[in-house]
Design a protein around this ligand. Structure first.
Ligand SMILES: [Zn+2]
Length: 293
């Protein structure tokens, strides 16, 4: 199944659904960062979470998820934004990509062990106005539960969030997620019923690996609740880095540091931590930048 993001409300039930297939996106990130298996699962889950939370983005809005954990992955980050009206772009990374822990007794990745304890920050921003950021302590470190807990605690939105990555030694087999939130005005019974339905489902990656698309994932969770009109988007890896942004970072080093860089035979080098693109500045290019100070 190609990567896709699908959103639909079940208004009579008072629940809004989002489903995503992110297999290609996570495979792309794994290749760029040479992520080891447990790190792939963690970064893939968080990036899928950013895609799911990004379903409601408009214009220049962005959603950024960041985990600061005590485990070997250290910092994890992912963000999502609209590339155009029909496409959502996303990216993610782990500070330490080379993490692989033994799978647990059920054969599942030990993402919680790789993440450890710490905090999850969710930031909503756009080109205008102040960003809105909320932080919660990590609950399980499994990421899906932590995203649901964030919504409950910081935004008072009852929800279920399931994100998953299935990988073998050759790479990513399946990745995707499901997100359903209880709409304002719905009662407690709706939340209880939603959680009951979510618990009865197989892992999302089991369904995706056998060929299910985003709509099937959504219908499995919605059951007999009637879904309204569906909005779909394509999903792809994208990055927000640019030579101009790297120049701004270099300028921030100050005149003395830049002078030092002009004396190095290969000038200045920078690598984007999200897409691994390399930016190089020759000594004369660094000198030209310094002249702008
Ligand atoms: Zn980049």
């Amino acid at each position: 199944m190609p990567d896709a993001l699908l959103a639909a409300p079940a208004r009579d039930a008072g629940v809004a659904f989002v489903a995503a297939i992110t297999t290609e996106l996570v495979a792309d990130i794994r290749r760029r960062h040479d992520l080891w298996p447990t790190a792939s699962a963690a970064v893939g889950r968080l990036t899928t979470g950013a895609v799911l939370f990004g379903a409601g983005l408009k214009g220049n809005e962005r959603i950024s998820l960041q985990i600061a954990g005590s485990g070997p992955l250290q910092t994890l980050a992912a963000d999502a934004w609209l590339l155009d009206a029909h496409t959502i772009g996303a990216r993610g990374y782990a500070h330490n990509p080379q993490v692989d822990l033994p799978v647990d007794v059920r054969g599942k990745f030990d993402v919680a062990g790789a993440v450890g304890s710490g905090s999850l920050q969710v930031t909503r921003s756009s080109d205008v106005g102040q960003p809105y950021a909320g932080v919660v302590p990590l609950h399980s470190g499994e990421i899906g539960e932590d995203l649901a807990l964030y919504l409950a605690q910081s935004e008072q939105i009852p929800s279920v969030v399931a994100v998953g990555v299935l990988a073998n030694p050759d790479g990513i087999v399946a990745a995707g997620g499901l997100f359903a939130r209880v709409l304002p005005g719905s009662d407690e019974r709706t939340r209880i019923e939603l959680e009951k339905r979510a618990r009865s489902l197989p892992p999302v990656t089991t369904s995706i690996a056998r060929g299910a698309g985003a709509e099937e994932l959504m219908r499995d969770l919605a059951g007999d609740w009637k879904l309204g009109s569906m909005q779909s988007k394509s999903v792809k890896f994208a990055c927000r880095c640019s030579r101009e942004k790297v120049e701004a970072v270099l300028l921030g080093l100050g005149a003395d540091e830049l002078l030092e860089l002009t004396r190095r035979p290969d000038g200045a080098q920078a690598v984007c931590e999200y897409c691994k693109r390399r930016y190089a500045f020759t000594p004369p290019q660094v000198a030209a930048l310094r002249a702008r100070l």
